[in-house]
Design a protein around this ligand. Structure first.
Ligand code: FBP
Length: 547
């Protein structure tokens, strides 16, 4: 494989590990745990894996470990650093016993069910160290949730002599990892299941999981390009740039990018919901900033829009919830109806309030809302062109204000969607180190017989040597939520907290950023150079952990 000079240099990077993991380790057990909510219901569903203690690895005596085989799965959307989780896991198990073997299941959880796998040898692992992407074994969104899938998985795990399976995924995939851990424990199959927190969206986090991997690199990649657009915008002074940023649900990516680049406007979905804002309220807010800047002679600006916005507008949320339930039960009938009649069919089936909103939506947006769900039953928000919807509505509002003599500027918009551009970027030093540590920690959880745990690395704004490695029972992060029309145990999604330090910082600055042109141009991720440049964690982490 031909490689660039940077790829060659980067391949030689040795990720940093927490000091406690650099030698032999032992387990320090904490207090028993409880789920974040719905304790009784979760305990009933997870009798074998509920209430386990938190775990921390500390320096210990070296001991001998019998040889074992381990399996690994990459699940869901790509996130920078996945290859380093696998290389950390590989190095960890090889250190325990060089005879240990690692098997990768191909194209996500489906590979386990369909028995598609490959052995990951040292040569293969070395090709992928510190690289972006999930292409070493591929990823997929098959939902592992049915007993027959668990049994099919067990067949191949038994055949390959696999003692433990590591599932690298987001909140839904780790929920499934927990269900699988419980199932194998209940059946006494002797197979451990360990999760790893992955998602660029940053919404799999809590007191024990400080951040999901990939968030750091993806945000830095988007912030670099947003900074470039801001500089173009400030040079030509003729466009308003509407930039939609990935993040299916939470607005962490948009917020982090705003903190890094100081745009004129950033919409935070969680705030829209809390303030019960309508689509028109959002449009009016943007149009007012445009008008104020125009009055000061600035017919240009940048607007950041989180991908999941539509679902957070309360009226839209109610509509989507009804659509999700309805399509979960009537999907077949809906799909059998002629495309040209589907809109009327949906309108005829919804409650009057939701039918009226659905009918008022532009054709394209209404269509996206009724399209196929992803395997987890979610609307595919990345397909909704919110950036165009908003800029069109802002243009219409400004035209009306112009007629009333309230606005005299010019408004020309450009649209961008940054999502896939950042998901496979070569991991920043932070993600390279964090992911390697997560994988290495997973190997220690396995060696110590744990199941139903998520690999956890904390104290991440300190130098890597001071990071704290351990495990968190996945049941601890769970609550009951309605999915596909039924109550299910799921890991609670971490949305942007409006009383959290990152949002408060943004809220304190946004008025000035709207008026002034206070852009910051972060530039590309740096891998070599001073540590304050190369190892800087996200603004979100820095603000959340500020003492
Ligand atoms: P995960 O939740 O699996 O990490 O994926 C997140 C994400 O990148 C979202 O930001 C985005 O909405 C979605 O994946 C896109 O999914 P797909 O890759 O299937 O188009």
């Amino acid at each position: 494989m031909t490689k660039s000079a940077l790829q060659i240099a980067r391949a030689a990077y040795q990720p940093k590990l927490p000091k406690a993991l650099t030698g032999a380790v032992m387990v320090k057990e904490g207090e028993p745990t409880q789920s974040v909510a719905d304790q009784e219901a979760i305990q009933k569903l997870f009798p074998n894996t509920y209430g386990m203690p938190l775990i921390q690895f500390v320096e210990g005596e070296s001991k001998e470990y019998a040889p074992m085989n381990v399996g690994v799965i990459l699940s869901g959307g790509q996130a920078p650093g996945g290859h380093n989780v696998i290389s950390g896991l590989f190095d960890g198990i090889k250190k325990l016993n060089p005879a240990n073997k690692l098997y990768g299941f191909i194209l996500g959880p489906g590979g386990l069910v369909d028995h598609k796998y490959m052995e990951l040898t040292a040569d293969i692992i070395d090709e992928y160290r510190n690289t972006g992407g999930f292409d070493i074994i591929g990823s997929g969104r098959t939902k592992l949730e049915k007993e027959d899938q668990f049994e099919k998985g067990y067949e191949i795990l038994k055949e390959l002599g696999i003692k433990a399976l590591v599932i690298i995924g987001g909140d839904d995939s780790n929920t499934n990892a927990c269900v699988l851990a419980e199932y194998y424990a209940a059946k006494n199959y002797g197979i451990q299941v360990i999760g790893c927190p992955k998602t660029i969206d940053g919404d799999l986090k809590n007191d024990m999981i400080e951040t999901s991997f990939g968030f750091d690199t993806a945000c830095k990649t988007y912030a670099e390009v947003i900074g470039n657009i801001e500089r173009d915008c400030n040079s030509a002074r003729k466009y308003w740039h509407f930039i939609k940023l990935m993040g299916r649900s939470a607005s962490h990516i948009a917020l982090e990018c705003a903190l890094q680049t100081q745009p004129n406007i950033c919409i935070i979905s969680e705030e829209v919901e809390a303030k019960n804002m309508s689509l028109d309220d959002i449009v009016t807010y943007i149009a007012q900033v445009v008008a104020d800047r125009a009055a000061a002679g600035n017919n240009f600006g940048t607007v950041l829009i989180p991908e999941g916005l539509i679902e957070f507008i309360p009226a839209m949320k109610r509509l989507i919830a009804e659509l999700n339930d309805f399509l979960a039960h009537n999907g077949e009938e809906f799909n059998s109806i002629k495309r040209s009649k589907q809109r009327d069919y949906i309108i005829s089936k919804l409650t009057p309030e939701n039918a009226a909103i659905y009918a008022s939506l532009p054709e394209g947006v209404a269509r996206q809302l009724s399209l196929d769900r992803d395997p987890h039953g979610n609307v595919q928000v990345s397909l909704i062109e919110t950036e165009k919807l908003l800029s069109e509505m802002v243009a219409t509002k400004l035209a009306a204000w112009k007629e009333e003599g309230k606005y005299v500027g010019k408004f020309a918009a450009q649209h961008h969607f940054f999502g896939y551009e950042g998901r496979c970027a070569a991991p920043s030093n932070f993600d390279a180190d964090y992911c390697y540590s997560l994988g290495y920690t997973a190997s220690m959880l396995i060696a110590n017989g744990k199941t139903g745990y998520m690999s956890s690395v904390r104290n991440t704004t300190a130098p890597a040597a001071e990071w704290i490695a351990g495990g968190v029972p996945i049941t601890m992060m769970m609550n009951m939520e309605r999915r596909h029309g039924e109550m299910k145990p799921v890991i609670q999604k971490a949305l942007v907290k409006l009383d959290g330090a990152p949002f408060k910082k943004f809220a304190a600055c946004r008025e000035a950023w709207a008026k002034e042109t206070a852009y910051v141009y972060p530039g590309p991720i740096q891998y070599f150079g001073p540590t304050e440049v190369c190892d800087e964690p996200t603004k979100t982490l820095q603000l959340e952990q500020a003492k």
